[in-house]
Design a protein around this ligand. Structure first.
Ligand SMILES: *[C@@H]1O[C@H](CO)[C@@H](O)[C@H](O)[C@H]1NC(C)=O
Ligand SMILES: *[C@@H]1O[C@H](CO)[C@@H](O)[C@H](O)[C@H]1NC(C)=O
Ligand SMILES: *[C@@H]1O[C@H](CO)[C@@H](O)[C@H](O)[C@H]1NC(C)=O
Ligand SMILES: *[C@@H]1O[C@H](CO)[C@@H](O)[C@H](O)[C@H]1NC(C)=O
Ligand SMILES: *[C@@H]1O[C@H](CO)[C@@H](O)[C@H](O)[C@H]1NC(C)=O
Length: 448
């Protein structure tokens, strides 16, 4: 074979009558780490027996992709001139020795951009027909950068998830491998369905047992780097449950709020209706115990014994009032403000009553004996009136069957009005009458 080629070369030489050059780059691939200063060797052998007067060495580079353009790095002329392409200035040089046939390329601080095919071309005039060029691949190696570990998908029971691992850098491209430890930090036997391809660890139908520590190692021929991730697989019901719980709580609160508002509205409406219908009566009832006590006190004056009857009647009615009052006891709580209004009025009333008591004590007691003499007369008058009053009472009882309430209210209202003008009649009576009949029904009978 060798003999064949030699004879072919010889034949060529013979045919062309020109020398045959041989250019050789010893290796097809050179691997260096990024940042290294390297030398790409290239040798040439001129045609035997000749001493070339001119030798031109050219180094050029070509991208790895198909159809990539070729770029000249430099051209060396044996006359002593070297043309260097601008982008390579400062970091390339040729180491040429024509005698020994050396045409090496020095390249400093190589980068990933130098990851290309380098061509060594030697041209000797009159020696063109051999093999004037050779090529070699430069592989610039880069240590893998620290990879980034991520989880794709939801870490919930029954889900399929991916654990991904990528190094930004690495040349040649790093390979990835995942290792897993359980929560007790013990190595585990992976699920048979688990796959680990290209840095993607696919986990299927994950469960609590899938939880643990996962470490990815990114590795190429230079170095290795790793990242790790902690996987905590949660039951899906937890998230859904908590969300549902929050929604339910909010909804419940809303419902309660609506009910409260509705009740308040209803109550207010009802209250208004009740007020329109019978609040005066109720108001009166609230006053009644006090009003009654005043009258009882007044009625207890010594000249008062004969006026008991109306008072009794009053008490009878008052008892009915009390019955109703009991019916309204729960409602009363709603009328606290009105009651406080009343309390104010009552305090006024008490003041007036105190005034009255004073006056009675100071003035009327003096006149008491005098009046006492008139008293029997008045008493007989009063008995008459009392008869009339009994008639009225009968009528009242009859009427009571059908318009009891209305009448009752009327009476109460009138008496209530009398209470408002409590002062006046007393001023009159202080001088005209015995102070006795502070009893409203009785007084109204007088007026009648
Ligand atoms: C490469 O050469 C440059 C000078 O061109 C020098 O500064 C640098 O330290 C060298 N690097 C190595 C790894 O030898
Ligand atoms: C080229 O690099 C070699 C070592 O690889 C060194 O001996 C030589 O001096 C360098 N030549 C030039 C011109 O820098
Ligand atoms: C996991 O990776 C596989 C293959 O790369 C892909 O088909 C699948 O959709 C990924 N799953 C998730 C949850 O990202
Ligand atoms: C997922 O795993 C559970 C037990 O952990 C099993 O009951 C269920 O059938 C599995 N589902 C699928 C789709 O494999
Ligand atoms: C996992 O990460 C922690 C810090 O995040 C680190 O301390 C630990 O060494 C890492 N383990 C592995 C195996 O990379």
């Amino acid at each position: 074979m060798e003999g064949g080629i030699s004879s072919l070369t010889l034949l060529c030489l013979v045919l062309s009558g020109v020398g045959a050059i041989q250019v050789v780059i010893p290796k097809d691939v050179y691997e260096y780490a990024r940042g290294d200063n390297i030398t790409l060797p290239c040798t040439f052998t001129p045609k035997p027996g000749s001493t070339p007067s001119l030798v031109i060495v050219s180094w050029s580079v070509e991208g790895l992709e198909a159809g990539a353009e070729e770029h000249l790095i430099l051209t060396y002329y044996s006359t002593g001139v070297t043309d260097i392409t601008q982008i390579y200035e400062g970091r390339v040089s040729v180491d040429v020795n024509i005698g020994t046939g050396k045409a090496n390329l020095n390249l400093s601080s190589i980068t990933l951009a130098d990851n290309k095919i380098f061509k060594c071309l030697v041209q000797i005039p009159g020696d063109e027909d051999g093999k004037p060029l050779d090529t070699a691949r430069l592989v610039v190696l880069v240590a893998p950068s620290t990879p980034i570990c991520k989880i794709q998908g939801k870490a919930e029971y029954g889900q399929n998830i991916n654990l991904t691992c990528v190094s930004e850098e690495g040349s040649p491209p790093p390979t990835y491998s995942w290792e897993s430890r359980d929560v007790r930090n013990m190595p585990r036997v992976p699920d048979p369905r688990t796959t680990d391809r290209g840095g993607i660890l696919s986990l299927y139908n994950i469960s609590k047992d899938t939880s643990g520590f996962y470490t990815c190692t990114s590795r190429n021929k230079i170095r290795a780097a790793s990242c790790n991730i902690t996987l905590a697989v949660m039951p899906p019901s937890m998230n859904i449950g908590s969300t549902a719980g929050i929604i339910a709580a909010v909804a419940g609160l809303l419902v309660i709020l609506i009910i409260i508002i509705y009740c308040c509205c209803c109550r207010k409406k009802k209250e208004d209706e009740e007020y329109a219908m019978g609040v005066r009566e109720e108001e009166y009832h609230d006053k009644e115990p006090n009003g009654k006590s005043h009258r009882a006190e007044d009625a207890r004056s010594p000249d008062d014994s004969s006026v008991r009857s109306p008072d009794d009647r009053y008490e009878e009615r008052s008892e009915r009032g009390n019955d109703r009052r009991r019916d309204y006891d729960d409602r009363r709580s709603d009328y606290d403000d009105r009651r406080s209004d009343f309390d104010d009025r009552r305090s006024d009333y008490d003041d007036r009553r105190r005034d009255y008591d004073d006056r009675r004590r100071d003035d009327h007691r003096k006149d008491y004996n005098d009046r006492r003499s008139d008293y029997d007369d008045r008493r007989s008058d009063y008995d008459d009136r009392r008869d009339r009053y009994s008639d009225r009472n009968e009528r009242y009882d009859d009427n009571r069957h059908y318009d009891d309430e209305r009448r009752y209210n009327d009476q109460r209202d009138r008496r209530y009005d009398d209470n408002d003008h409590y002062d006046e009649p007393y001023d009159d009576r202080d001088h005209d009458r015995p102070p006795v009949p502070n009893n409203k029904p009785a007084r109204r009978d007088y007026d009648d």
